[in-house]
Design a protein around this ligand. Structure first.
Ligand code: KG4
Ligand code: ZN
Length: 354
């Protein structure tokens, strides 16, 4: 069954076609970065309207890329949550309507399940069970994954998500939206010895995170040191050094909690997904950490770390193939617990082909 995947939960319109026999057939993405950049963050109403504009042209593009007629699509998967309500409703309405018109089943996919399963699209996918670190703009979660839909939340952020902390701190440093990649680039020029920022919540047991205190610490340091900076060059150096200290603190915190999660569960596979998993320093740090534990870490390819339609097509296929689908009514779930998802018998892995 060829599945069409539609992602519209935030500021990226993603469309993809997945075939369990041949793997990913086509995918296309439109990023709204330019649209929101002038506002310094995502404007929900503009996001919804842009999804309306982009979705059908992207759909035509992936069908053409794959050389498929609409009648060859066997099911439709759309992101039903969590995310921005209006943005989600665009994907849900279009996805459900296409499925109705084509006479095929539709399924609403949990966005974080999409991220979590994205490494399954790679050549050497992880086997179940594994620990997943989900690090996106809206979520930071450690999850024990026994199969598709068999999720146990081990820990999560009590306040800001890791990506959100990157974005807010980048804003403090005057960097453009989206802040994560910009901050990471600036951190490359920073001196790692100048500041050491606190690693939040690593001195107590448990696998929860908290990044809002780190953001405040960054702001305080920035204000104090800026008052002392002699000239523009010193200020530029300060910003790079602060970016570096902030990134080191977040990466170190995430790595420490991943190690704990692997030790606590006794699992030897770690999946890291969501926008922040594109971060190079995080990848290097986790590689060292899992090697020490004799474990292995799996990532989606860089373009599928951030939001995309491919992961939704894949997660949707897992559920459609197991017979799950929606009634004709559709809904969006801006808040939605990963643990409430129904399990998929047998794990939902494609027969040797991804
Ligand atoms: O998964 P994603 O595309 O969207 C959500 O589901 O939220 O994640 C976006 C987040 C943003 O906060 C962005 O700043 C962050 O991922 N991000 C990064 C990097 N690339 C994207 N953060 C740190 N370093 C990066 N290289
Ligand atoms: Zn995401």
């Amino acid at each position: 069954m060829i599945v069409l995947g539609i992602e519209t939960s935030c500021d990226e319109t993603g469309v993809a076609l997945y075939d369990p026999a041949r793997g990913l057939l086509a995918h296309a993405l439109h990023s709204q970065v330019d649209l929101h950049a002038v506002y310094g963050g995502v404007v929900p109403e503009l996001a919804s309207r842009d999804h309306v504009r982009r979705l059908l042209p992207l759909l035509r593009r992936v069908l053409a890329q794959a050389g498929l007629a609409p009648g060859e699509v066997g099911g439709v998967a759309y992101t039903a949550g969590p995310g921005l309500a209006g943005a989600l409703l665009v994907g849900a309405a279009v996805g459900r309507s296409l499925a109705w018109a084509w006479g095929v089943p539709a399924v609403g996919v949990h966005h974080m399940e999409g991220h979590l399963l994205a490494p399954m699209l790679e050549e050497d996918p992880p086997a179940f069970p594994f620990v997943a670190l989900l690090v996106s703009g809206g979520h930071t979660q450690l999850v024990a994954v026994d199969g598709v839909g068999r999720y146990r939340l081990l820990g999560e952020s009590l306040d800001d998500a890791a990506g959100e902390a990157f974005d807010k701190t980048a804003k403090l440093l005057g960097l453009p939206y989206p802040g994560g990649p910009a901050l990471a680039a600036l951190a490359e020029q920073g001196d790692p010895e100048r500041f050491r920022f606190p690693r939040p919540m690593v001195d107590r047991p448990g696998l929860d995170f908290s990044f809002s205190g780190l953001k405040t610490y960054t702001l305080t340091t920035l204000r104090e040191e800026e008052a002392r900076a002699a000239d523009a060059a010193a200020r530029a150096r300060l910003h790079a050094d602060i970016a570096r200290a902030f990134e080191e603190a977040v990466v170190d915190t995430l790595a420490i909690k991943c190690r704990r999660a692997l030790e606590q569960t006794g699992l030897a596979r770690l999946v890291v997904a969501g926008g922040v998993s594109a971060n190079r320093r995080l990848r290097a740090r986790l590689a060292a950490e899992v090697e020490r534990l004799g474990a292995r870490v799996y990532y989606p390819r860089p373009e599928f770390c951030t939001d995309n339609g491919a992961m939704i097509a894949y997660a949707g296929w897992c559920r459609l193939a197991a017979g799950q689908h929606e009634p004709l009514a559709f809904t969006a779930r801006p808040r939605w617990s990963l643990e409430s998802l129904p399990p998929v018998a047998g794990g939902g892995l494609p027969p040797g082909a991804v």
